[in-house]
Design a protein around this ligand. Structure first.
Ligand SMILES: CC(C)(COP(=O)(O)OP(=O)(O)OC[C@H]1O[C@@H](n2cnc3c(N)ncnc32)[C@H](O)[C@@H]1OP(=O)(O)O)[C@@H](O)C(=O)NCCC(=O)NCCS
Length: 257
């Protein structure tokens, strides 16, 4: 039994700090401290935890995942608009691939909508096939921006020393398209004008010193493809994976999405 709810108290926020270290292997230059989680909750952000109610221990010891967002404001034409920038999503290894990551994002969405917030964004590594599948295919996020080496040097073990290139996921929380995807309904067929591939071997390449050069080559080639496609006005509107586990970003017109 998994319960998802806002984290409460110092111990549960500290559990988020520890889960970060367990997930990414961050050193102290990258880790988000307890105080930041506390402030985020105070100013309209979200720190939601997933707790396994069948585990023995105090609530902080039973946390098996969390998601964290900060509030943002878009200014420009018209009234300023509040939105959420989701900065971290982590699920403990033994609990992965059971829908918990998706569930945490859905709770974020419901909480946002209940407060009148209709837009959320986050960045993700374009080499992480699983994350792309979850963000684009399962949640219905779209992408129009590529951020080169967004965070600079990172101590994350998932980054494997590569530049921290990121795609910016845009999640229109109450759009008909997102609503349809979340309930498993088909969306209108979209013309796919370009495909950008990520080989399944990327995970193995990132894990070894020898393979890292190959991973970097894919990153640089795809960086260029994304940048060119986005400059032509295309957006990532779909993502698929084949039987071998290779991932394919599908790009088309953002207005259709
Ligand atoms: C990303 C993460 C939070 C996802 O959590 P999770 O609970 O495993 O996610 P879910 O089970 O809800 O969804 C994952 C989906 O990807 C699929 N998947 C698993 N491995 C995959 C792979 N190699 N390629 C493509 N899809 C994959 C799963 O089957 C599932 O899809 P389904 O619901 O259709 O079966 C978790 O893997 C994690 O903590 N990773 C490390 C930290 C991280 O990368 N965080 C995100 C960036 S901040």
């Amino acid at each position: 039994m998994i319960e998802i709810r806002p984290c409460a108290g110092f111990d549960e926020l500290e559990a988020c700090v520890q889960l970060q270290i367990e997930t990414w292997g961050y050193d102290e230059s990258d880790v988000i401290p307890r105080k930041t989680f506390l402030v985020a909750q105070r100013i309209g952000g979200q720190v939601l935890g997933a707790f396994d109610t069948e585990l023995v221990g105090n609530p902080a010891e039973t946390m098996v995942g969390f998601v964290f967002s900060l509030p943002g404001v878009v200014t420009g034409k018209g009234e300023p608009q509040a939105y959420l920038h989701s900065h971290m999503l982590a699920v403990r290894q033994a609990y992965r691939n059971r829908g918990l990551g998706r569930q945490l994002k859905l709770e974020q969405r419901l909480d946002a909508l209940s407060r009148g917030i209709r837009y959320m964004e986050w960045t993700f590594d374009p080499l992480e096939i699983k994350n792309a599948f979850l963000n684009i295919h399962r949640l219905g996020a779209t992408v129009r921006r590529y951020l080169v080496d967004f965070y600079g040097v990172s101590s994350s073990r998932l980054q494997a020393g590569l530049p921290t290139d990121r795609l910016l996921a845009e999640w229109r929380l109450d759009s008909p398209r997102v609503q349809a995807i979340l309930i498993g309904q088909s969306t209108p067929a979209q013309l796919i004008e370009e495909r950008i591939q990520v080989p399944a071997s990327i995970y193995d390449w990132k894990a070894t010193e020898v393979g890292r050069e190959q991973a970097l080559a894919v990153q640089l080639e795809n960086r260029q493809k994304f940048q060119q496609a986005f400059s032509r006005g295309l957006a990532v509107v779909g993502f698929s994976r084949d039987a071998e586990g290779n991932g394919v970003f599908e790009l088309g017109s953002p207005t259709q999405a």
